[in-house]
Design a protein around this ligand. Structure first.
Ligand code: CP
Ligand code: NVA
Length: 305
């Protein structure tokens, strides 16, 4: 693997291999074993949006693998004053060994990969959040034994990065995904055309989506960059909150997942969140293990060139 730009650009085999490796890395870490696959390297984290989990898990993972993270807030470097991403990439590509980028436009991550010529990771754009999906798949593997034959129901803003990355995961891996969202927040026509034939259903019927689901998943209704629309979003998305009524319709062993940060009594009922906190924070921890598998795959991909 040369870059991780999105779930869209991964094959089923690549996804499975990353999740399998993450299972192994997690078990090894519990036994006190940490690797040295990135020994002596420096990886830049360029973040134009806030982050807790992604930043901490990547910085921790890099150090555990022998590398040094260099955190660069986009607003502190010349990128924030208008220097083109392709110029930033051509500078960093001569100095550091890899880049982890959180930003708005997917094209910026694509351009960085092309011009920087170093392994580049999408740490969230408006279009995709592939690192989160890999951790989620790891959690589903741990708690449900795998995603084969499972039904994942995503509630809320179906047109955000998480809804889109889930759609690509379902297409690549073949499990059933139902996105329950009101019409204005369903994946748009251009995205559906690009997705093509897939096991993804889009509906405005939250109860139908929840029925017999194995995973009930949600994300904030106000993604980063959408704050000006907050009031309207909270009003229109209110009927898509995950609450006990939806859990009652799901499979008796269904798990509740949230990529976090969570806004209680908005996208998820506060009581339900606490009842399912163990599986939600297991999901958060899995960011570390899944991303270490990504970093190692990228280091190996570079050696193959
Ligand atoms: N889920 C996630 O990406 O969290 P952060 O925004 O805190 O990185
Ligand atoms: N959809 C959310 C995900 C946060 C991890 C956002 O983009 O803000």
């Amino acid at each position: 693997m040369k870059h991780l730009l999105g779930i869209e650009s991964l094959t089923a085999d690549e996804i499975s291999a990353l999740v399998n490796h993450a299972v192994q890395l997690k078990a090894e870490r519990k036994r006190g074993l940490i690797g040295s696959d990135l020994q002596g390297e420096i990886w830049a984290l360029i973040f134009a949006k806030s982050s807790t989990r992604t930043r901490v898990s990547f910085e921790t993972g890099l150090v555990e693998l022998g590398a040094q993270p260099m955190f660069l807030s986009a607003s502190d470097i010349q990128l924030g004053r208008g220097e083109p991403i392709r110029d930033t990439a051509r500078v960093l590509g001569r100095m550091v060994h890899g880049a982890i980028i959180r930003t708005f436009a997917q094209q910026d991550v694509v351009d960085f990969a092309e011009f920087g010529k170093i392994p580049t990771v999408n740490a969230l754009t408006d279009e995709e959040h592939p690192c989160q999906i890999l951790a989620d798949l790891l959690t589903i593997r741990e708690l449900l034994g795998g995603w084969e034959g499972r039904k994942v129901a995503f509630f809320g803003d179906g047109d955000c990065n998480m809804g889109r990355s889930w759609a690509w995961a379902a297409k690549r891996l073949g499990f059933e995904l139902v996105i329950a969202a009101p019409a204005p927040y369903q994946p748009d026509a251009a995205f559906r055309a690009r997705l093509g034939e897939s096991p993804v259903t889009i509906t405005d019927d939250a109860e139908a989506a929840a029925r017999d689901a194995d995973v009930l998943y949600t994300d904030t209704w106000v993604s980063m960059g959408r704050e000006a629309e907050a009031e309207e979003r909270l009003r229109i998305l209110a009927p898509f909150q995950i609450h006990q009524g939806l859990v009652d319709l799901a499979h008796p062993d269904a798990i509740v997942q949230h990529c976090l940060p969570a806004y209680r009594d908005k996208e998820i009922s506060g009581t339900l969140f606490e009842e399912h906190a163990a599986e939600i924070f297991q999901q958060a921890e899995n960011r570390l293990h899944a991303q270490k598998a990504v970093l190692i795959a990228l280091a190996r991909g570079r050696e193959e060139n």
